[in-house]
Design a protein around this ligand. Structure first.
Ligand code: ZN
Length: 317
């Protein structure tokens, strides 16, 4: 039995990618550290008519447990008034992903995850589901368990650790210990990403740098579309025009879409104004260059030095 499963997973190297993938639905995992631009990427992809970005599957159990009755919603854009992830859909999700953690729950979730993916594809009438959970652990787990069910692909998104850690500093994590901790997390996540891609066939993953995505979105999104075998159009970059039903994501980017739809912005983030005042929906956020003190830069760079070198980020201190 195990041998048979192994043979099936090796089909990638035997048949052409396209032929084998005809029978498996595409499932694309976005993998990155937090605050690396995954919301921006998700919104662009969600504009493609063959794609539905579901959001963060991995955080579903926690989100469902946190819900206060049926008046709460899961869609980060429409909350309880969402027409797609509505009360009926939340019930399905709660049955599959909710409840207290136990061995029974984790087995059920493991078995039912593919079922939900097929269900959600039908519901949204799309070919491709994008899982923007970000975590290496979760994306690897899906790969280990379901690569014979899904045509799973990985979009690996990197961002300069100084930009990532500066986002946490803006949220109040200003103590050196907290900064070091966030920098260590970034380094560890980059190491895990390296370990993941060494296990993957080359055709399965595509690496993107946030700085390139934000400064030259057309070129980068075109490349991503080629990787996902979908058509590119300029509309993908005009994501503020679209309707999104995504679970999780950056509140600042969401606020721009909310404002456009005439909604009141409800967020405890102090830098929402920064997102709202940008003239273009896609912009390069390099506030870290002004915001970080020399000491903070030094702390982050000394912690992340080797991974920064590997990715080509220049160390300044
Ligand atoms: Zn919605």
């Amino acid at each position: 039995m195990l041998g048979w499963i192994y043979d099936v997973t090796q089909l990638d190297s035997v048949y052409s990618k396209k032929l084998y993938n005809l029978v498996r639905p595409q499932y694309t995992s976005v993998v990155c550290s937090g605050h690396s631009g995954s919301t921006l990427l998700s919104l662009c992809l969600n504009m493609q008519s063959d794609i539905a970005v579901f959001g963060e599957f991995e955080t579903l159990p926690k989100r469902i447990r946190r819900m206060r009755g049926e008046t709460d919603g899961l869609c980060s854009f429409h909350k309880e008034s969402c027409a797609v992830i509505n009360t009926a859909e939340i019930k399905v999700l709660a049955r599959l992903y909710g409840g207290q953690e136990s061995w029974y729950r984790s087995i059920l979730r493991g078995l039912m995850h593919p079922y939900y993916i097929f269900h959600y594809r039908r519901l949204r009438s799309v070919k491709i589901i994008v899982d923007s959970s970000k975590s290496v652990r979760w994306a690897s787990q899906v790969w280990r368990r379901y690569r014979w069910i899904f045509d799973q692909r990985f979009i690996i998104l990197h961002r300069d650790p100084r930009g990532v850690v500066a986002s946490f500093i803006r949220r109040g994590e200003t103590a050196n210990e907290q900064i070091r901790h966030r920098a260590q997390c970034w380094s560890e996540e980059q190491r895990q990403i390296r370990a993941l891609i060494t296990r993957l066939p080359r055709l399965r993953y595509h690496q993107v740098f946030y700085e390139k995505l934000a400064s030259n979105p057309e070129l980068e999104v075109r490349r991503i579309c080629r990787f996902m075998d979908v058509e590119f159009s300029r509309e993908l970059l005009e994501f503020e025009e679209g309707e999104h039903h995504i679970i999780g994501g950056n509140a600042g980017t969401r606020a721009r879409i909310g404002k456009r739809a005439g909604k009141r912005i409800n967020s405890n983030r102090s830098d929402i104004g920064y997102y709202l005042e940008q003239s273009n929906p896609i912009f390069l956020d390099e506030r870290w260059k002004q915001d970080l003190t020399l000491g903070q830069k030094r702390l982050i760079e000394s912690t992340c030095r080797s991974e920064m070198h590997r990715l080509g980020y220049l160390v300044e201190t």
